[in-house]
Design a binder for this molecule. Structure first.
Ligand SMILES: [Zn+2]
Length: 143
């Protein structure tokens, strides 16, 4: 078969199939990101409303990719509430959110008493509704 007759027979078919493939991939990516955002919301509602379970949880990359840039936490000792900016953590992006809890501590307690007070995770959020001194793990940059 000559190149010309092959192109006449299959060219349109191939181009149309490639366009359908691209469109299907785009829809699949959109659906995947909807799923991840919903997973972040489910995890947050579970943590905030029922205190867990924390596992399984989204990863840092998934949360940040879905626009959930902050992990809101609360000190077990003084109840001070704060948020950690997930984009600033020196952790591999495949780290699951629940694994962060053990490394977080309340800065207010640490400053006042020189001990490390543990925090518990409340929810992931796009913009934290807390202000004031934020919690920061030891791994944070510029600290
Ligand atoms: Zn505290």
């Amino acid at each position: 078969m000559s190149a010309r007759s092959r192109d006449r027979i299959f060219g349109d078919k191939l181009r149309a199939a490639k366009i359908r493939l691209e469109s299907a991939r785009r829809q699949s990516r959109d659906a995947e990101s909807d799923i991840v955002a919903a997973e972040c919301e489910v995890w947050s509602a579970q943590m905030e409303g029922y205190g867990g379970p924390a596992q399984p949880s989204p990863t840092i990359a998934q949360a940040v990719g879905a626009g959930f840039f902050f992990l809101e936490v609360k000190c077990r000792r003084c109840n001070h509430q704060g948020a950690v900016d997930l984009r600033r953590l020196r952790r591999h992006e495949s780290t699951e959110i629940w694994r962060l809890e053990a490394s977080l501590s309340c800065e207010r307690c640490r400053a006042g008493h020189r001990w490390k007070a543990e925090v518990h995770m409340i929810r992931l959020s796009r913009a934290p509704d807390t202000s004031g001194p934020w919690y920061a793990p030891d791994e944070l940059d510029g600290h």
